[in-house]
Design a binder for this molecule. Sequence first.
Ligand code: GLN
Length: 226
Amino acid sequence: PLTAGVVAVQGDVEEHADAIERAARARGHEVTVREIRESGIVPDCDLLAMPGGESTTISRLVHSEGIAAEIRDHVAAGKPLLATCAGLIVASSDPNDDRVDELGLLDVAVERNAFGRQKDSFEAPLEVEGLADDEPYPAVFIRAPAVADVDIGADDNGDEGGNGDANAEVLATWDGRPVAVRQGSVVGTAFHPELTPDSRIHGLAFFENEAASVPALENEKPATDP
Ligand code: GLN
């Protein structure tokens, strides 16, 4: 079976665990979900989710617990990471906020709380590139960030850092702002795909991203006819 990890220092952890189980089950895979509050677990994980919550708190704890470096290694090995809402802010390379110690796994700049007070939380039907079908995705935004700038990474222009040699690709926009991005094995969403029964975003991040490798799936025996 697959081992999935949900970064559980803070934020909506259970919901991600459920969504991962639903997405795996729908594709005929067994999965064990582990909650990550300390170092030493990420190296056993085939795939990772970093949930929403409060980005300053999450970034502080992943660094102080020694989880940050393990998440970077996970991504460097080409394994999938889904970073949602506060998780997207932490995974970015520019959170536009000194209180967030970013991981630099997605070469994007983000703007925290980008959708303003009146629209503190809302649901939007999103057209998302790469989903299994063309049905709009019911995206729940809660004090959500937006991507302010893509392609701030290093790889084309010779600066240091950056994730791999690809640039971040926009998968969905809302109100003219990018709200879902992918770069290599990392998918980031400004919204909360774990809060709806629709597990297509988890499916896309973990099972349908050709740039990501899931070691346990590669070792899985193809199903044989009875
Ligand atoms: N506004 C939060 C932050 O900036 C993110 C909100 C969320 O994850 N729902 O950290």
